[in-house]
Ligand binder design. Structure first.
Ligand SMILES: C[S@@+](CC[C@H](N)C(=O)[O-])C[C@H]1O[C@@H](n2cnc3c(N)ncnc32)[C@H](O)[C@@H]1O
Length: 644
């Protein structure tokens, strides 16, 4: 049974498992924990912990048999695969100096995973690496991963090493950071997509920044030790506010919770109101499960927009090319649903009209407003509404180069009776010979990175027919970048096995991502341009500092955003710190790195970005110069470009 429903949301459920000790009666383990305990799955050892291959050989029993594993018949295939995570023997130490132990460990690891695969388990929990080196452990895991198994391997990693306890979460330096052991291990396994993390959560938590890193890593499970829990006034388990926020973060990232350890709240297991009280089979860890379920159910329901975005989370999409390609009806329809965007445009046009036409001239002066890139007409409507709201008179030209959208524009004008006010022009704005000059030029040619859909080049063409003192809405826009840990995106790009995909920017609803440093402005474009000779090429060097309490972190690439000033104080954008609320027309953009870069705390990540322009295309190039140099990505636009 899932952890119940999140308020009003039947589509979204989470599961909670329990870690158990070895018991050769697996059917009992299963029934006790799933039926008496109501847990969704067990993380259970598959083999007797006293088993050692070397002892078996001495006894002449051979090394291929598993006499200490129970029969596969005790559970049905679907019970094994949906409700059991195999816990690999925790005694194994593949980097031990002791040769016999090391060999036994290798043999056992391979046997146990082969057995888990035979049972069709979806995942196995690997014990945390012991000691300082994990090279041989990683080598063996890598061998297994290169084999034919489809199984997920969750490497157990303590969120904080036990001897870090003195840091009480406020410390600024992380010595011997447990993230480092995960990082070494996954680098040795080349970011294998079946290798992920199960975090061991103890009572002490590291700093918020240090925790935040994990949300960009492939964390599948969070093992919550009963020691983490406090006691509430009813004697029941509860968690500190920081732990609660962390668990909520895990729910938000679809990370499974696993309760581990012995009950430290025995009275809570004997709730007098509970009918199972008299039942000696009442599961001692049930109060912890109930509390985790309560945390899940009290989360705010997903907003409509969040629900819409669920299917797009961390899904890489190619950016639109609205200049080179013609957008489809579906795409226009999605834009048009975004009321917030048009409200902002209407506000901007209203302000511009009031500035342009004093009250006393309102009845005599007609403003020429041109919507360039009118699509199916929503900005025409917003402009006419602004005119009505301010009592100003308008003559509108709607310029659109997509002949299919022009068909809809004609129908709209007829339907609304705008024939006397609106003239439709089926043309590319760069080539249109306008009969008059515009007072106001309204456009929305923005991509997730601002200028990446070639708004600067299009508006250069349209500026010819804007009056000297005319107004452009937007009047400027700026792109922003920030370094991110995004292991899922990295693996998805890598899956294509070519250079082109590592040198392409993607539109993506970022979710399983850790933002490592605040975003910084990159390129700004101002309209109208002061001089028509001003170039649209740009170059920017950026230096990001990873906060000292984050610890080291992996940079898989850069998240990009934009912010546009429509007119004076009316803005519109997706840069996280100033993002326009409830607007969904744009997701972020992601620029990957061919080789992820590890950055230490307080060290500087130096990044270079170029916007390059040729006769037929515009493209970006990027590289990292510090702490180590990456190749220049997308040299000469060889992999990714936007067509003029
Ligand atoms: C992002 S859409 C916005 C459409 C509409 N204004 C809206 O808000 O729903 C950009 C529109 O500009 C048009 N467009 C792009 N470049 C253009 C150009 N050079 N001349 C005319 N139209 C252009 C595209 O065909 C597309 O319809």
């Amino acid at each position: 049974m899932p952890l119940g429903e999140r308020l009003g949301d039947k589509s979204d459920s989470r599961y909670c498992g329990v870690e158990t000790d070895f018991n050769d009666d697996m059917a009992h383990v299963f029934h006790f924990n799933l039926f008496s305990g109501s847990f969704d799955f067990v993380v259970a050892p598959l083999m007797d912990p006293s088993y050692r291959p070397s002892l078996m050989q001495k006894d002449g029993l051979g090394s291929g048999v598993l006499p200490f594993a129970g029969s596969d018949l005790v559970l049905s295939p679907s019970q094994w695969s949906s409700h059991v995570v195999g816990k690999i023997s925790s005694w194994i130490d593949l980097d031990s100096e002791d040769e016999t132990l090391r060999r036994d460990s290798e043999t056992t690891l391979k046997q146990e995973i082969a057995w888990a695969s035979h049972l069709s388990l979806q995942a196995c929990l690997l014990p945390a690496p012991k000691g300082t080196s994990c090279a041989n452990y990683a080598r063996c895991v890598n061998q297994i991963l290169q084999g034919t198994h489809n199984i997920q391997l969750w490497l157990r990693i303590p969120l904080m090493k036990p001897d870090d306890d003195s840091m009480d979460g406020k410390s600024v330096t992380l010595v011997d950071d447990s993230w480092e052991s995960w990082n070494s291990f996954r680098l040795l396994c080349e970011h294998h997509s079946q290798l992920s993390v199960a975090l061991d959560i103890l009572s002490t938590l590291p700093s918020t920044n240090s925790l935040g890193r994990w949300f960009g890593e492939p964390v599948r499970g969070a093992i919550l030790n009963t020691d983490c829990f406090l006691t509430n006034s009813h004697g029941c388990p509860c968690l500190s506010k920081r732990h609660q926020r962390l668990i909520t973060g895990f729910f938000n990232h679809s990370i499974q919770i696993i309760i581990s350890g012995n009950s430290v709240h025995p009275e809570a297991s004997m709730d007098a109101n509970d009918s199972s009280y008299k039942d000696s089979q009442r599961h001692p860890l049930r109060p912890y499960l109930d509390y985790v379920g309560y945390l899940y159910q009290r989360m705010d329901p997903l907003l409509e927009q969040e629900r819409f975005e669920l299917g797009y989370r961390d899904f890489l999409q190619s950016p639109l090319q609205p200049l080179m390609d013609n957008l489809e009806a579906q795409t226009y329809e999605t834009f048009e649903k975004d009321a917030v965007k048009y409200i902002q445009y209407q506000r901007a046009v209203s302000k511009a009209l009031l500035d342009r036409v004093p009250d006393e001239e309102a009845y005599v002066k007609t403003i020429v407003l041109m919507v360039v890139g009118a699509g199916r007409g929503p900005l025409v409507r917003a402009s006419l509404q602004a005119a009505e709201e301010t009592g100003r008179k308008l003559k509108v030209y709607a310029v659109e180069k997509n002949p299919n959208a022009v068909v809809t524009l004609h129908a709209l004008v007829k339907l609304e009776g705008w024939e006397d006010t609106v003239t439709i022009v089926s043309s590319d704005m760069r080539h249109w010979n306008a009969p008059v000059k515009a007072d106001i030029l309204v456009s929305e040619l923005l991509g997730s990175f601002g200028d990446n859909e070639l708004s600067p080049e299009c508006l250069d063409g349209a500026q010819r027919f804007l009056k000297q003192d005319g107004i452009s809405i937007p009047s400027s826009y700026t792109s922003f970048l920030q370094p991110v840990t995004a292991s899922k995106l990295h693996n998805d790009v890598k899956a294509h096995k070519d250079l082109v995909h590592f040198e392409t920017a993607y539109v993506v609803k970022l979710h399983n991502v850790a933002k490592l440093s605040p975003s910084q402005p990159v390129f700004t474009f101002i309209h109208p341009k002061r001089s028509e000779h001003e170039s649209n090429q740009r170059y920017k060097k950026l230096s990001f500092v990873i906060p000292s309490d984050t610890g080291s972190a992996m940079v898989h690439g850069f998240a990009g955003y934009f912010d546009a000033t429509l007119y004076k104080d009316v803005h519109l954008g997706i840069e996280p710190s100033t993002a326009t609320p409830n607007m969904f027309s744009w997701f972020a953009i992601f620029f990957p790195l061919r080789a992820p870069v590890c950055v230490g705390p307080d060290s500087t990540l130096e990044v270079h970005f170029w916007r390059c322009c040729g006769p037929t295309k515009v493209w970006y190039e990027w590289c990292v110069a510090s702490p180590s140099s990456s190749p220049i990505h997308n040299s000469n636009g060889r992999s990714y470009w936007v067509g003029l």
